[in-house]
Design a binder for this molecule. Structure first.
Ligand code: F6P
Length: 324
């Protein structure tokens, strides 16, 4: 069998570890793994290359993806998918492993329904916003990166008694923000999943502003938060509280890079291994995940429709930041 593998959407630390394991596990079964470059774009543009086990050894520790990634509008057209399927047939690729987030799953779902190709998905996104898994590949690394950054900012915040507003990634979900805020001991955090108690926040700031000895104050905002945004919040605080020294920063793509932490490598390896087992059992149309330390299989369809909220204990933990 020839199995194609691609990474699509935002890159996430651990994608390379998944590519490595899939290639090695496929080789065990005497299958050939074909790397498809730049996500679904590579299927359309015939960007194929055989991946040999010797090439993927040593890959687990690197961030990014050796296959490159993209978000492919062309794959969401009938012509694009028709061409992609013709290219797969020419290349004699009978099965696919797709690694990415909800856009990747949406593409796979339509493609399987139209063509009947064998296809299994692996959850690769720093956002941790996929149904059917407790954690996605790349999330733990992104949170660690964010916590390291907040720790560093805290050095200045403590030295100068300043407030910092830090925006963390998560297009629609606040998982990185909530987990990082709780782990770093931030004072407040605004998430898209919860209604922000802005009056409570401002009444706390009124007390904070009256302090003779200035104290550090860290506010985390999730990128996907719609009620507040970093720049507006900065301006409002500057106007309302002139004796609070406040700065803001957007951490941005720093959170997507870097060597994956061990947990992301292990998750990628475990699910990568299982994806090859699934394909050898002719299982298709499912995304793999992890729940209670067991591997789970959820249809792409279901993964796309449902979203997971952040753990309910996180907002309570973060709330402790406003008690001094
Ligand atoms: O998919 C992960 C993610 O980093 C989101 O958190 C963010 O909103 C988005 O990708 C940014 O996408 P791009 O790199 O295309 O600007």
């Amino acid at each position: 069998m020839r199995v194609g593998i691609l990474t699509s959407g935002g890159d996430a630390p651990g994608m390379n570890a998944a590519i490595r394991t899939v290639t090695l596990a496929a080789a065990e079964k005497k299958w050939e793994t074909i790397g498809i470059f730049h996500g679904y774009e590579g299927l359309i543009n015939q960007e194929f290359k055989i991946l040999y086990p010797s090439e993927v050894q040593g890959l687990a520790r690197f961030g990014g993806t050796i296959l490159g990634s993209s978000r492919s509008p062309a794959f969401f057209t009938n012509d694009g998918r028709r061409l992609a399927f013709e290219n797969l047939k020419k290349e004699k690729i009978e099965a696919l492993v797709v690694i990415g987030g909800d856009g990747t799953y949406k593409g796979a779902d339509i493609f399987i329904k139209e063509t009947g190709i064998l296809c299994v998905g692996l959850p690769g996104t720093i956002d941790n916003d996929l149904f059917g898994t407790e954690v996605t590949i790349g999330f733990k690394t992104a949170v660690q990166t964010a916590v390291d950054a907040i720790d560093k900012i805290l050095d200045t915040a403590e030295s100068h008694g300043r407030m910092f507003i830090i925006e963390l990634m998560g297009r629609d979900a606040g998982h990185i923000a909530a987990n990082s805020a709780a782990a770093a001991g931030a004072h407040a955090c605004f998430l898209p999943e919860t209604t922000s108690d802005v009056p409570k926040f401002f009444s706390f700031l009124e007390q904070h502003a009256k302090r003779i000895q200035k104290k550090p104050f860290i506010v985390i905002i999730a990128e996907g938060e719609k009620e507040l945004n970093t720049q507006n919040l900065l301006k409002t605080i500057q106007i309302k509280f002139q004796n609070i020294e406040v700065r803001s920063l957007v951490l941005g793509h720093l959170q997507r890079g870097g060597n994956p932490v061990a947990e992301d490598r292990l998750l990628a390896a475990r699910l990568g291994w299982e994806s090859v087992n699934c394909l050898s059992n002719q299982e298709s149309g499912v995304a793999l995940g992890i729940k209670n330390n067991n591997v789970t299989k959820t249809s792409f369809d279901q993964c796309i429709k449902c979203k997971i909220p952040p753990a309910n204990w996180l907002p309570e933990l973060i709330d402790l930041g406003l008690r001094e």
